[in-house]
Design a binder for this molecule. Sequence first.
Ligand SMILES: CC(C)(COP(=O)(O)OP(=O)(O)OC[C@H]1O[C@@H](n2cnc3c(N)ncnc32)[C@H](O)[C@@H]1OP(=O)(O)O)[C@@H](O)C(=O)NCCC(=O)NCCS
Length: 163
Amino acid sequence: MGKLNILPVSKGDFKQIMKFLFDLKVFPKDELEVAKEVLRDSLILKEKSEYKVLVAKINGDLAGFICYGLASLSKHTYDLYWIAVSKKYQRQNIGTMLIERCEKEIKKSGAKIFLVETSSTKKYEKARNFYEKMGFKKLVEIKNYYKNRDDKIIYIKYFNGGK
Ligand SMILES: CC(C)(COP(=O)(O)OP(=O)(O)OC[C@H]1O[C@@H](n2cnc3c(N)ncnc32)[C@H](O)[C@@H]1OP(=O)(O)O)[C@@H](O)C(=O)NCCC(=O)NCCS
């Protein structure tokens, strides 16, 4: 693996991110549309956007991205909205480095609680394993939330004396 850089998203990354999210074949079409809006918001409003996006690049190649932000109406709870690593670069620690960098940033801003939601289906098994490895604990499972036999699982992690 070449040199890895983690940096704020820039306009030139937009097409590459959308292509690699599409190629992952994990996210349904409506979720890809939301990703598009979130990326646009982040690129246009920059620091003022509620969505922060960091990208991981290897020799200029877009290997992954993470999107997070302060939860609305909270002073110190952050949501992890998305994390994805392209197939070619999965299981090479890039997701771990993206989470570590994101946590460093949110801790600087006083984060005490970090939340992430995912689905109980097979497609998201990697993601569930990943969150657990990253120290998130399962907080709640909402049965049939997305559809029958597709539960919502909320994971939580505390920092800075959050709990
Ligand atoms: C989840 C995801 C971001 C992980 O990124 P990654 O760079 O491959 O993860 P890492 O290499 O840092 O792995 C860290 C740990 O996560 C777990 N993990 C990652 N991929 C896994 C897999 N395929 N199977 C089981 N556990 C896995 C392991 O515990 C791993 O540690 P280990 O390699 O020491 O066993 C990546 O698989 C992905 O993009 N998946 C598709 C998109 C997605 O589902 N995103 C989350 C929902 S928004």
